[in-house]
Design a protein around this ligand. Structure first.
Ligand SMILES: NC(=O)c1ccc[n+]([C@@H]2O[C@H](COP(=O)([O-])OP(=O)(O)OC[C@H]3O[C@@H](n4cnc5c(N)ncnc54)[C@H](OP(=O)(O)O)[C@@H]3O)[C@@H](O)[C@H]2O)c1
Length: 201
């Protein structure tokens, strides 16, 4: 399969790209400023240009999109607007603008986060946009006749915990998380949100 991984140079996306590549797929990585292609998912013109540059693909995986952490009282309008434009509408628009670009029978796999179902203090904007994407996935999949649409909802990634100065566990290693994405890309399901907090059984 020819697979476009948006965010394919990041912690999660690079693991997804590596595991997809090892499974024999032809992987193209897009990042905001790195990768085989560059794109800003918060900009619809940029998404259109990405699809034009990449050409037909069989699957799109998104592990990109910014959302702002912060206590409710500290979150500014700009923080909500960025979270909505990037993590929420960025992923929604990858689907809307990609329907004509992804081959029939192909798939979109988006990324949310376990905070949407299990929030912690300081996650209002992050949880909000993740939940919005999950609602979009469940509903939009019903309208897509020729494509599958799913999301993976990761727990805190072990590498990200280490980068934050914490023990890696309890966390999910990016390589283990990537297996959820590969199972969705290669699978048959649609309209599903897969909670991925530990390695697949
Ligand atoms: N890490 C976690 O513990 C965790 C847990 C749950 C959910 N998530 C979610 O998973 C997603 C990826 O997280 P991550 O930890 O892998 O992030 P990351 O390491 O910071 O990587 C982000 C990737 O997305 C790209 N990117 C960032 N902003 C972009 C934009 N506006 N347009 C296009 N590409 C953009 C980056 O490209 P450049 O490097 O070129 O900027 C990079 O390839 C995020 O939505 C995050 O909220 C992460």
């Amino acid at each position: 399969m020819r697979v476009l991984v948006v965010g394919g140079t990041g912690t999660i996306g690079s693991a997804i790209s590596d595991v997809l590549g090892a499974a024999g797929h032809d992987v193209m990585r897009a990042g905001r400023s790195s990768g085989d292609f560059t794109v800003d998912v918060a900009d619809r013109h940029s998404i259109r240009a990405l699809y034009r540059a990449v050409g037909p693909v069989d699957a799109v995986v998104c592990a990109a999109g910014q959302a702002k952490f912060g206590a409710l009282a500290e979150l500014e309008d700009a923080d909500f607007n960025l979270s909505i434009a990037s993590k929420m509408m960025g992923q929604v628009d990858l689907v809307r603008l990609g329907v004509d670009r992804v081959t029939p029978g192909g798939s979109f796999t988006l990324t949310t986060g376990s905070l949407s179902a299990k929030p912690t203090p300081g996650s209002a904007a992050v949880a909000m946009v993740g939940a919005a994407v999950e609602g979009f996935v469940r509903a939009a999949a019903l309208d897509l006749d020729e494509h599958r649409l799913n999301a993976v909802s990761p727990g805190w990634v072990a590498e990200s915990r280490v980068a934050a100065g914490l023990d890696p566990l309890p966390g999910i290693w990016a390589e283990d998380l990537a297996e959820y994405y590969v199972s969705v890309v290669e699978g048959t399901e649609t309209g599903r949100v897969l909670l991925a907090e530990e390695a697949m059984p």
